[in-house]
Write a protein that binds this ligand. Structure first.
Ligand code: ZN
Length: 150
């Protein structure tokens, strides 16, 4: 009888519990379970559930059309954007402007590349934490882009 070696890797992840105010509980699903993994309140989210998050580093690359002084070449443009006092927050405006000028989304010329895990401990947000995070992002965009409600 041939000798067979079976390697089994068991990943024990501490998936966070589905809480009563879990962000995975959605109006389209049942009020006592995660919409995505269907685990009940008080039990861990499933290992394939999209609600538990981890922190990763990625690189975004965008191809954008921008306007620069007519006389500038590659060297001046790259110096201005990478080494001068120009604030990279202004790139957010460039992204929006590029979308408006093309009258469509930014998908053309966009690429995301995964770099590494930063924190692979699974985390879950409550509904109020997720709403608070979204609110802060909106406020930060308003402040950094100079957007106002008026
Ligand atoms: Zn879940």
């Amino acid at each position: 009888m041939p000798c067979v070696t079976i390697c089994v890797t068991i990943m024990i992840m501490k998936m966070p519990l589905v809480l009563e105010d879990d962000d995975g509980i959605r109006p389209a699903g049942r009020p006592d379970e995660c919409f995505y993994c269907r685990q009940k309140v008080g039990t861990p989210h499933g290992e394939e559930c999209v609600i538990p998050q981890k922190k990763v580093k990625i690189t975004y690359t965008f191809d954008l059309e921008i306007e620069v002084p007519y006389s500038w070449g590659k060297k001046q443009i790259e110096f201005h954007r990478n080494e001068s006092s120009w604030c990279s927050d202004n790139a957010i405006r460039d992204l929006v402007a590029s979308s408006i000028n093309k009258d469509r989304c930014l998908c053309d010329g966009f690429e995301a590349e995964y770099i590494e895990d930063i924190d692979s401990e699974p985390k879950r947000y409550s509904r109020s934490e997720a709403n608070e995070r979204d609110k802060k992002i909106t406020e930060e965009l308003r402040e950094r882009c100079g957007l106002t409600n008026g």
